[in-house]
Design a protein around this ligand. Structure first.
Ligand code: FE
Ligand code: FE
Length: 178
């Protein structure tokens, strides 16, 4: 069997980059919606961290777009799925843990597809971003754990905390996390 042409291999990589970008775009809108909700409920610290994570996802979406451009593709502006609005706190954290797990699983598959198509640069980009998604997952799991073990007592401690991320935020991972 003849090897796929360079153009065909590039196309496959652009395809997975755009799938990943669509997941990031969905995450950005989902996390922004949660950030406003949590802010309304006056859970400042929770709102702040989700806002920072949304900023990380924006950076990921941009990193994927840059690489798509380098490969001669067109970055998608579609989201991978709909945004759920008005989720209660108890729904937000299990949903977000699952979203990060799904991203890690998908990006590992995409990384393999990049390697199969001879693109170690894009594979490395996925590897870097998988590390960051793992940090998001750890944070969401941690909050989930507190909510399960302490419930209202944990939320009472959070109520009234500041939602401020300060000026020119670097996001969650680069800014140093929760
Ligand atoms: Fe991301
Ligand atoms: Fe993430």
């Amino acid at each position: 069997m003849a090897q796929a042409s360079r153009e065909e291999r590039k196309k496959k990589v652009v395809e997975v980059l755009n799938q990943a970008r669509a997941m990031e775009l969905q995450a950005i809108y989902q996390y922004m919606n949660q950030h406003y909700n949590l802010d309304n409920m006056d859970y400042g610290d929770l709102a702040k961290n989700i806002k920072l994570i949304a900023i990380d996802e924006m950076r990921h979406a941009e990193d994927f777009a840059e690489r798509i451009k380098e490969l001669g593709g067109e970055p998608t502006s579609d989201m991978s799925g709909p945004v759920e609005k008005g989720q209660p706190v108890e729904k937000i954290y299990p949903a977000d843990s699952k979203a990060e797990e799904d991203a890690i699983e998908a990006y590992n598959q995409f990384l393999r597809i990049c390697m199969e198509n001879g693109d170690s640069i894009t594979a490395k980009l996925f590897e870097t971003i998988i590390d960051e998604e793992q940090k998001h997952l750890n944070y969401f799991d941690n909050v989930n754990d507190h909510l399960k073990r302490l419930g209202p007592a944990y939320l009472a401690k959070i109520a009234g905390t500041s939602a401020s991320t300060g000026p020119a935020s670097k996001g969650f991972v680069i800014g140093g996390g929760a």
